[in-house]
Write a protein that binds this ligand. Structure first.
Ligand SMILES: C[S@@+](CC[C@H](N)C(=O)[O-])C[C@H]1O[C@@H](n2cnc3c(N)ncnc32)[C@H](O)[C@@H]1O
Length: 261
């Protein structure tokens, strides 16, 4: 059966989910002939995808051009986080010349730290509190010489770094989020107390002890959190420059903090 004929049969389903399954689960393009044996499987999976994210069904996700394993124990990496990685790489290239050390806190699948390791010359450490998430990150970082530490933020981190990057949980408990996210992705990866600011405070409070003299801190943030996070940064750090960047949808979604020269 051809794609367009099958589409007519499943027109009530989410076409982007259907396309995702076709490509990543069945390795087929929209102009390929769809073999009979795959048609009923595809139909079943697209119905399953009404309630379960396709990335969990397929078991991986494309992030910054690389395929990463995901399961229900890790957050599904988002486009905004690719933007965080992209901007961080640009800043690193301008600010540092030598091999640098990077710590990715709250790493989940490992997508941030592992992508940075692949893109730049760096010694990378990734860390998370969740053992189950780190199992996934370990698979994703295979063969890349990345250090993995299980830690409640800095509790088990002893070293100092040039770059500390994090996309911590930042959704306030009273914020409304899509059911498919709420019902599937790990709560520990989503929510934070103190209006979503708990982890920024927890990280920034102790970050000085883990930074080299020349440093970059890079955070993904919620779109309403910019001013509050700037206040927290100024509370714990002196002689810093803070830059906020908007994402492609013009929302304040990234904060970069560097030492003042
Ligand atoms: C928003 S997810 C980010 C995952 C991944 N870095 C990404 O960008 O897709 C936040 C991660 O923080 C981890 N986390 C939650 N509380 C933590 C804590 N106290 N210490 C370290 N990691 C924590 C969760 O397990 C989850 O993997």
């Amino acid at each position: 059966m051809y794609y367009n004929d099958l589409l007519k049969e499943i027109e009530k389903e989410d076409i982007s989910n259907f396309n995702y399954l076709l490509k990543y689960k069945f390795n087929l393009n929209t102009n390929d002939f769809i073999p009979k044996k795959d048609i009923s499987k595809l139909k079943k999976l697209v119905i399953k995808a009404r309630n379960i994210p396709v990335q969990y069904i397929v078991g991986n996700v494309n992030f910054y051009g690389y395929l990463y394993n995901v399961n229900k124990n890790v957050l599904i990496p988002r486009f905004e986080t690719e933007e965080l990685v992209e901007n961080t790489i640009q800043i690193i290239k301008k600010k540092f010349n030598n091999t640098i050390s990077i710590l990715d806190l709250c790493t989940g699948s490992g997508c941030i730290g592992i992508t940075l390791k692949r893109e730049i010359n760096a010694n990378v450490t990734i860390s998370d509190i969740s053992k189950k998430a780190l199992k996934v990150a370990k698979i994703n970082s295979k063969g890349l010489n990345i250090k993995i530490i299980q830690s409640d933020i800095f509790k088990n981190i002893k070293d100092k770094y040039d770059v500390i990057i994090s996309n911590p949980p930042y959704i306030s408990y009273d914020e409304k989020i899509m059911d498919i996210v709420k019902n599937n992705e790990p709560k520990i990866a989503l929510y934070a107390t103190n209006n979503g600011l708990y982890y920024y405070e927890k990280i920034l409070k102790n970050i000085k002890d883990h930074l080299n003299k020349e440093f970059l801190i890079a955070f993904e943030i919620g779109e309403t959190q910019k001013e509050k996070i700037i206040d927290i940064a100024n509370k714990y750090l002196d002689n810093i420059e803070i830059n906020c960047k908007k994402d492609l949808q013009n929302r304040d979604r990234m904060i970069f903090i560097v030492n003042k020269k």
